[in-house]
Ligand binder design. Structure first.
Ligand code: HEC
Ligand code: HEC
Length: 266
């Protein structure tokens, strides 16, 4: 009997004192080592789907399941983008050596998986496309870009890009989120998922009426458009804020004024 009580006490002490505040507990689900996941579908689902959509579309970035886009970028471009991410945007670096959790082999699997799933036959004019990769040597002329914009783009995006049936590509908040690369890719490939024609004037295989009578965009015109659109980047995007007194939902004007806060001389 005494021995049994001693045993129970030892058990209770063991159970009661093992846990200390702050001591890590075992995770409820063992997710394993991310570098040991293989196969396009699980790799895509764990690393990319949350931002790029289950089938490569309807993400915050351009659709990756677009055959025109897939035909214009090389495997090396895809590998570098996935490995290094796109600086200044939400596209994170994925390679282990860059702080991510994908090995080079896994990145190769994603690239070949995207090719197998989404690289359908591109349109015949794909080979004549202006460059889709942006680099700093492609300086365009913003003034010419504005004229080109008002000829090719204003029917959907409004005169001078203020927005019409489609939104404003010169909006400072949009420009704060999208890289020059993303904007170039949009001009060249369009947004087939959202209704924007490609550089050749086609939308999902059919000529877009907005491009009727216009020649396909040239390399120079793409550079000019990019120069004009990105000339609207500002240091503090989203401003000016709505004036005080605006009663829109979500906007709470401060009852304080610069004078009462001692921020001005009055
Ligand atoms: C946290 C969100 C996020 C995740 C996760 C993410 N991406 Fe992205 N990705 C983005 C954004 C945002 C962009 C557009 C960035 C820009 O403005 O250039 C982008 C751009 C891209 C591009 C386009 C590059 C080009 O040619 O312009 C590719 C390709 C890409 N991502 C592939 C992937 C793959 C593959 C994965 C998974 C391994 C992945 N992304 C995971 C957000 C994400
Ligand atoms: C047929 C209508 C149409 C035409 C013409 C058009 N767009 Fe668009 N564009 C859209 C739609 C729709 C979107 C999706 C976003 C939205 O609705 O605002 C879009 C999106 C964009 C974006 C953002 C894409 C992204 O993924 O970040 C840019 C930049 C853009 N357009 C530039 C242009 C330029 C430059 C031209 C002229 C060469 C042009 N667009 C012509 C309809 C059009």
């Amino acid at each position: 009997m005494i021995r049994r009580i001693a045993c129970l006490c030892a058990l209770a002490a063991g159970a009661g004192c093992d846990w200390m505040p702050g001591k890590p507990v075992a995770p409820e689900v063992d997710r394993g080592n991310p570098t040991s996941v293989h196969g396009f579908e699980p790799l895509w689902a764990t690393n990319c789907q949350g931002c790029h959509g289950a089938d490569g579309t309807w993400g915050p970035a351009r659709p990756l399941n677009d055959p025109l886009y897939q035909s214009l970028v090389t495997d090396q471009w895809l590998r570098t983008t996935i490995s290094d991410g796109i600086a200044g945007t939400l596209m994170p670096p994925h390679a282990v050596q860059n702080g991510g959790w994908m090995t080079d082999d896994q990145i190769d699997e994603i690239v070949s998986g995207m090719r197998a799933a989404w690289a359908a036959t591109p349109p015949p004019y794909a080979a004549d496309s202006p460059p889709i990769i942006h680099w700093s040597g492609q300086a365009g002329d913003a003034a010419r870009g504005r004229t080109t914009f008002n000829t090719y783009c204003s029917e959907c995006h409004g005169e001078d890009g203020v927005g019409a049936t489609a939104g404003s590509p010169i909006d400072s908040s949009y420009l704060a989120l999208a890289s020059d690369q993303a904007i170039r890719a949009a001009i060249v490939c369009g947004r087939p998922d959202l209704g924007m024609p490609d550089w050749h004037g086609n939308l999902n295989g059919a000529p877009a009426p907005q491009f009727k009578g216009l020649t396909p965009l040239t390399e120079g015109q793409v550079a000019d458009l990019l120069a004009w659109i990105t000339s609207h980047r500002v240091e503090f995007p989203g401003q000016p804020y709505p004036p005080t007194g605006n009663n829109e939902p979500g906007f709470r004007p401060s009852p304080k004024t610069p004078e009462t806060e001692g921020l001005t001389h009055g």
